[in-house]
Design a binder for this molecule. Structure first.
Ligand code: UDP
Ligand code: MG
Length: 313
């Protein structure tokens, strides 16, 4: 039987930790009882430099129940990095890893269905929200805009999926070969390949504590999402430069015509031409430099080129 780890990043989550542990242990024990997962499956809390009692609570829970484990980070590094810390620890012990937020807004009972889909041969199972009813209007609209933009930039990501997902050991091991420092896991996971599936659930609102994702952090994550996966903005500058040069040719014709027919004030023609031609040149050169920076950027990322799933020899 496979050993499951449920990974929970926590940043100042003292208000929800007891309740969360009770609910997650219920799910875990249920699956152990049904012989779906191994008896030594465990919860792994990653304390992301909390300033409250979070780590003391985790330590206490661990002494009471060995199925509750913890990783304590020395300082706050943010949700995505905390998650990677949890994954890289858990992968040394577990065969299957599920990540879920500490506030259990995501339905912990969906984990059972996730494990079921894993058993059917899926290496990655996405938890997908069936609606966004519990979100504010603002969050709903910005979320849709963000996904559309990502798609147009050529970034694969699953709509309405955040960081509630199951990954097999080999998927996590491959993910850990990515050297990205600006992490946007929900964009990276679809790059792993492997067979994937989704489970759908209703997301609840937070019952205690407050959101650790204020607008500023959300925007920073969105920016990471775009800039860590796409060099399209560079292409855009290049195209803009080309467009300006083409326009400047049209302007040249127009200015010449006006000059010849004498309907100009002195100095207008040369000024008009220089503005368009020079801006075109500047943008074009910036675009060319951008193309090189884009290549350098892709090279320094040093991402693995492919993921061999199986070799038959
Ligand atoms: N979190 C973290 N480090 C941070 C911010 C958040 O580990 O710097 C954790 C947090 O404890 C929670 C998860 O990330 O388990 C998601 O945060 P939250 O529920 O506040 O986000 P929201 O649901 O409001 O988007
Ligand atoms: Mg939350």
């Amino acid at each position: 039987m496979k050993r499951l780890a449920i990974i929970v990043p926590c940043f100042n989550e003292e208000a929800v930790l007891w309740d969360t542990t009770k609910k997650l242990l219920a799910v875990l024990n249920g699956m152990k009882r049904d012989k779906v997962i191994a008896d030594n499956s465990f919860l792994l809390y990653v304390n992301d430099g909390s300033a409250d009692m979070t780590w003391s609570i985790v330590k206490k829970l661990h002494t009471e129940n060995s199925a509750v484990c913890g990783v304590n980070l020395a300082g706050n590094v943010g949700h995505q990095k905390a998650l990677v810390a949890g994954l890289s620890t858990a992968v040394q012990y577990a065969d299957i890893m599920v990540s879920i937020d500490a506030d259990l807004q995501d339905d912990e009972n969906a984990i059972v269905r996730m494990v079921g889909l894993y058993e059917q041969g899926n290496d990655i199972v996405y938890g997908v929200r069936s609606s966004r009813k519990t979100d504010t209007r603002f969050k709903r609209i910005t979320a849709v805009m963000f996904y559309r933009m990502m798609r147009s930039f050529g970034v694969k990501s699953v709509f309405n999926h955040a960081d509630f997902r199951l990954m097999s050991k080999r998927a996590v091991l491959y993910l850990l070969q990515f050297h990205d420092r600006n992490l946007f896991l929900r964009g990276m996971v679809p790059m792993l390949g492997y067979k994937t599936a989704s489970v759908y659930y209703e997301r609840k609102s937070r019952t205690a504590g407050e959101s650790k994702y204020p607008l500023a952090k959300m925007l920073a994550l969105a920016l990471d999402g775009v800039t860590s996966f796409s060099i399209k903005p560079f292409h855009f500058v290049l195209y803009l430069g080309v467009a300006f040069l083409v326009i400047s040719f049209a302007i040249f014709c127009w200015v010449s015509y006006s000059y010849i027919t004498g309907r100009v004030v002195p100095g207008w023609s040369s000024l008009m031409l220089s503005v368009w031609f020079c801006s075109g040149c500047v943008l074009f050169c910036l675009g060319v430099i951008g193309e090189y920076i884009g290549k350098i950027y892709v090279e320094v990322k040093n991402r693995p080129l492919y993921n061999i799933e199986q070799v038959l020899m």
